[in-house]
Design a protein around this ligand. Structure first.
Ligand code: NAD
Length: 499
């Protein structure tokens, strides 16, 4: 395993961004996942910091919402350009903080996030109400889409900058202000993003970053002046966020866990499926909510697929995020490493076959070899629960009905893929699978214009696309009398007699 010098070895203290101030309250170590050593510290918000952030957001939102669509769009485009100027720095910071290979952050996370932001900056100009018609005789109805106000966003550690942009983009495009809380272990690029926003000329208070863990998250969820909670994280925390939101009748969008099935029919291109499998399973060390985790392969193709997938899995280069030949880096934290390994240990105890991997490394850092488990019972924890690491299960199926039943047999429903050369089968199976995204003959691609979001316990609402923009608006019906008639024909139903 290669090691490389870190680009930012000094112990920087990362402050919060509240209004136009950098607030350094409190301190928590940030650990480099490649070494297990602290490399920086970050502020930890107190109640007063959260309150201040909400006050700034509330003030900034009013004038931001008054801008024309064109003005708002131009300001967000400028922000995207400023982020692009810092793309290289952001990629390096993300790689160090989250353990992601530099080739992934440079070619994936950062440019994709910037494209997402540009998409929301442009699509906001296409916003319109859905109606302007006379649905009730004598009246004209208009539908307006209004901003919601102050939105709180709570994000996970697996794609820190991208998840921040998935929320900031549509929230701001729709005319809201935001207070965002990144995951406690990966706050750096969210903080840098808020600083770049100020440098690019976005008004102070439009994007505020408060840092810390569950306690800070709960303060946001219960703050009376926050009107919407936009959460991405685990299903367990998502339920808690919904529970807290219900007390303040806050709007929520929640993007939660996944356990994507990858269904390979015997008529599939097996080489394409194996190539897609290795990417779909191990991208970002498997710490991806849409990662391929449960492989169901038709009996006739099972041995050939497993053989080729195993060969490719063994070729994955696990290494330091900054080494140019690294395919996957360490897991993001010690807690995640131990969680992932505990699923493999549980599988061993259940006598599930470990085809490759499954061992803890004695290197420093949170590295884990890609691991394939095989022929596990459908009710095993490695089949049912989100492991969120480079560990997959390859199981068999007999026919289409069994494949669909197994694919749908978890509480999750975020993403899935179907591998077949039969177009009718592709249509049938993609319709029958309960998931927010179903890929046919590929696994993982996303685009700014296309929605992402789960069924079942994978969440409510959509990220990306114009559907996300709608999540951050509230529909208002405005109804105008066309007639000038003082006593309307229907008034008698409440008062007096019909005329
Ligand atoms: P997590 O639920 O532990 O934490 C997510 C965020 O919630 C963090 O910022 C955390 O500090 C905060 N939080 C924790 N407890 C809280 C509470 N009681 N109240 C308010 N906030 C609280 O999730 P994680 O481990 O950081 O992220 C991994 C999870 O995220 C996985 O389940 C993954 O599938 C999911 N995820 C989903 C999507 C999607 O689009 N559906 C995308 C990325 C990640």
């Amino acid at each position: 395993m290669l090691t490389t010098e870190h680009p930012t070895a000094q112990a920087t203290h990362y402050p919060m961004v509240i209004g136009d101030e950098l607030v350094a309250t409190g301190s928590q170590d940030l650990i480099d996942p490649a070494t297990g050593q602290a490399f920086a510290t970050v502020a930890v918000a107190k109640t007063e910091d959260v309150n201040q952030a909400v006050i700034h957001a509330k003030q900034a939102q009013v004038s931001w919402a008054e801008l024309t669509y064109g003005e708002r769009s131009a300001a967000l485009m400028k922000f995207a350009d400023a982020l692009e100027q810092k793309a290289d720095l952001l990629a390096k910071l993300e790689s160090q903080n989250a353990g992601k290979p530099l080739k992934l952050t440079q070619n994936g996370d950062i440019p994709v996030a910037i494209d997402n932001l540009r998409y929301f900056a442009s699509v906001l100009r296409r916003q319109e109400g859905a109606a302007a018609g006379s649905y009730v005789g004598g009246y004209t109805s208009m539908l307006r889409r209004e901003p919601i106000g102050v939105v709180a966003a709570i994000t996970p550690w697996n794609y820190p900058l991208m998840m921040a942009v998935w929320k900031i983009g549509p929230a701001l495009a729709a005319g809201n202000a935001i207070v965002i809380k990144p995951a406690p272990n990966t706050p750096i690029t969210t903080i840098e993003l808020a600083k770049v926003a100020l440098e690019s000329g976005l008004p102070a208070g439009l994007i505020n970053v408060v840092t810390g863990g569950a306690e800070v998250g709960e303060r946001l969820c219960t703050h009376p002046d926050i009107r919407m909670l936009s959460f991405t994280g685990s299903t367990q925390t998502g339920k808690r966020v919904m529970e807290l939101a219900s007390q303040g009748v806050k709007r929520v969008t929640i993007e939660l866990g996944g356990k994507a099935p990858f269904v390979v029919f015997a008529d599939a291109d097996i080489e394409a499926a194996a190539q897609g499998a290795v990417v779909g399973a191990y991208a970002n060390s498997g710490q991806d909510c849409t990662a391929a985790t449960r492989f169901y392969v038709q009996n006739e193709a099972y041995d050939a697929f497993l053989k080729r997938f195993t060969e490719l899995t063994k070729q994955i280069r696990v290494g330091h995020p900054f080494a140019p030949d690294t395919d996957i880096g360490p897991l993001a934290s010690a807690a995640q490493l131990h969680k992932v390994h505990s699923y493999v240990e549980a599988a061993r105890q259940q006598e599930i076959k470990v085809v490759t991997g499954g061992e803890l490394s004695d290197q420093p850092g949170y590295f884990y070899q890609p691991t394939i488990l095989a022929e596990a019972p459908q009710n095993a924890s490695c089949v049912q629960e989100e492991i969120f690491g480079p560990v997959v299960v390859v199981n068999r199926f007999r026919d289409e009905a069994e494949a669909i039943a197994s694919a749908n047999d978890t509480k999750y429903g975020l993403a899935a893929s179907v591998w077949t050369t039969n177009v009718q089968r592709a249509m049938r199976v993609s319709a029958a699978i309960e998931a927010g995204t179903v890929w046919v003959n590929d696994h993982l691609p996303l685009g700014s214009e296309i929605p992402h979001g789960g069924f079942k316990h994978s969440g409510i609402g959509k990220d990306l696309s114009h559907y996300a923009l709608e999540e951050y608006t509230i529909v208002k019906h405005v109804m105008l009398d066309n007639t000038g008639v003082q006593r309307k024909p229907w008034h008698f139903t409440v008062f007096g007699e019909a005329e």
